[in-house]
Design a protein around this ligand. Sequence first.
Ligand code: SAM
Length: 262
Amino acid sequence: MSQKPKLGQNFLTDRSASSRIVEALGDISEKTVVEIGPGNAAITELLAQKAHRLIAVELDRALAANLKRRFAGSQVEVIEQDILIFDLASLRDSDEKLLVIGNLPYYITSDILLHLFRYHNVISRAVLMMQREVADRVAAAPGSRDYGLLSATTQLYAQVEKLMTLPPGAFAPPPKVYSSVLRLTFATRFSELGVDADGFIAFLRQCFAQKRKTLVNNLRAAGFDAPGIARVVEASGISGQARAEAVSLEVMAGLYRGLTQG
Ligand code: SAM
């Protein structure tokens, strides 16, 4: 079968890695699992042996047709669709939350993460393979080189664990980059931080708008008034020279509350 680099088609050939990725989901015997980009079924065939119900969402028409033939008559449902417009909430048939798994098409990793966050209410856990550098950013702690808006946003929706890293040779054709697998355990932090989700995420976007600017300057550029900024920054105990990358979510939430709630 021809391979489409534009769709991020690097197929996993390391069988032991496939097993470890599936095991990282935990016991799936009673669960509904959604697989993003099943491709040639490297992960799908293992999931099919264990999951109660498996929904495999594949954009590539030829791959989806193959998968439909291969898993006909089983509990595997193959859906030919773009995962970014797939309504995950439509799959829920009880209070049981979904598990999500996927060796992601790397060109849309951030968009897929944001799509999953939109459905955070119906997902309990996700095991996702992505380019190593992106995984490092998602998992980074404040103050580290890799911390940024993607880390902050993800960590508002889920606890992040880095499980393993694979070399290019684990795939055919080999990608140019290393790949890492993350496990996201969904649990939002908005109520604990005393913030509303949409407003706080928009505020974070303003805080991280210009990487080279200090947090204070980014807040000024976003239209907050200078005395208000000085007041909340002083109350938070951070330096006026701090960049958003160095500031924890707890302190960010304090700044947001101080600037928007009076
Ligand atoms: N799961 C397979 C594996 O591990 O070998 C394939 C992984 S490959 C990195 C990514 C897969 O995602 C490809 O099969 C590709 O066709 C599919 N894909 C790309 N864009 C997609 C999209 N927007 N929605 C759903 N699947 C997509």
